[in-house]
Write a protein that binds this ligand. Structure first.
Ligand code: ZN
Length: 374
């Protein structure tokens, strides 16, 4: 029933109307709807739950050869609405002034709708030479949980190129940073604060370590991403106002360039803080970088050049996406993040996506499918 450009806008509206908030993680109804739609179109759909009621899906349109498929990915979860009231109901998916308004419109149901409709249209046309794999995840916003689960259970297979349909105003991002978050704690010895010489102050230790981390300058860099950065994000310690604290700790979020090995970074931080620092890795997300000259992205870059009249400059992004899990899951597949909507709209009150960008994304994905798969 869906197969033209306007249908990708219709499907985007339909998807926004599912309040797939995370937390708590209400993706199931939306995922079931898409699974049904894709099965009806002849795709083979597998659902994998990383937790009860939290399905991600891998949908395949088989090709007539064993060429590695073209893969698209997007997530169905959306972030909470925030404190500030919305000027229209956030799940009504109204179209006003050329904008689809609603939570999840830019981030990222418009992108999912555009590649789903482009794939269904191909399925109705004919069986492609090269297959298409769609990876539609749950739990992205809270740490790419669905994508990591798919990579772990080995359900992805191979891919020639991965398109991440996150909002980039349909411009190509060919690299993004990773992140490694550490909790670093110090032990001390408690004493009455009138006799500090009897204690060992844990807060002084972490204060010193925080200063050393602040002073670090990382040499690892990438032409589109700059350098690895560190931010100390939380700090805690002490029990009451008149005791020498016997424990203290802080968290730090390193945003890393893809060449910066996370294991080596942790070793360096241990050396910087000293043996007394207890370091726990809280989360670990890899970045990715596709070479601008990689032949796998050439069909996409050619399509963009024809549409725009000149070749767009590839971009790097400081944030990370499900690509952190899926690039290694697909055996280091060349990857481009490109999709409708504005990155600046993500997580905002009155989030919207320009309707014309949904049309454009559908056209770009359709052209890419024709060029790579027919
Ligand atoms: Zn997103």
């Amino acid at each position: 029933m869906y197969e033209t450009t306007s249908d990708s806008v219709e499907l985007a509206r339909k998807l926004v109307q599912f309040p797939s908030l995370n937390p708590p993680g209400d993706e199931k109804a939306c995922a079931d709807y898409l699974a049904h739609l894709l099965r009806q179109a002849g795709l083979e759909v597998e659902l994998h739950e990383f937790a009860s009621g939290r399905p991600s899906m891998v949908a395949r349109l088989g090709g007539t050869t064993d060429l590695k498929p073209l893969a698209f990915t997007g997530h169905l979860d959306v972030v909470p609405l925030g404190e500030k009231p919305w000027s229209s109901p956030p799940f009504a998916a109204e179209i006003r002034d050329g904008k689809l308004v609603g939570r999840g419109s830019s981030d990222m149901k418009a992108g999912v709708a555009a590649f789903v409709i482009a794939t269904i249209a191909q399925a109705k046309r004919n069986k492609p030479v090269r297959g298409i794999t769609l990876v539609i995840t749950a739990g992205e916003e809270t740490g790419c949980e669905g994508a990591f689960h798919l990579a772990r259970v080995g359900s992805l297979g191979k891919a020639e190129l991965l398109i991440v349909a996150e909002p980039t105003s349909n411009l190509p991002i060919i690299a993004h940073k990773g992140s490694v978050r550490l909790r670093i704690t110090a032990k001390g010895k408690s004493a009455h604060s009138s006799m500090p010489e009897l204690g060992d102050n844990a807060i002084y230790k972490v204060a010193e370590w925080i200063r050393r981390i602040e002073a670090l300058r990382f040499e690892d860099s990438h032409p589109l991403l700059g350098n690895t950065t560190a931010s100390v994000t939380t700090v805690s310690g002490g029990q009451n106002i008149n005791s020498v604290p016997d424990s203290a700790g802080f968290t730090v979020d390193f945003r890393t360039v893809p060449s910066h090995d996370h294991g080596e970074l942790v070793t360096e931080i241990q050396r910087v803080c000293g043996k007394e620092a207890a370091i726990e890795v809280v989360t670990d997300f890899k970045g990715f970088a596709t070479a601008p000259s990689h032949t796998a992205i050439e069909p996409l870059m050619g399509i963009l050049e024809e549409r725009l009249g000149n070749r767009p400059n590839p971009i790097g992004a400081p944030y990370f996406t499900d690509a952190s899990a899926l690039v290694p899951g697909f055996d280091n597949v060349p990857t481009v993040v490109i999709g409708p909507g504005e990155a600046a709209q993500c997580h905002q009150t009155d989030e919207f996506c320009y309707v014309h960008q949904i049309d454009e994304a559908f056209e770009i994905y359709t052209a890419l499918i024709r060029r790579m798969c027919e």
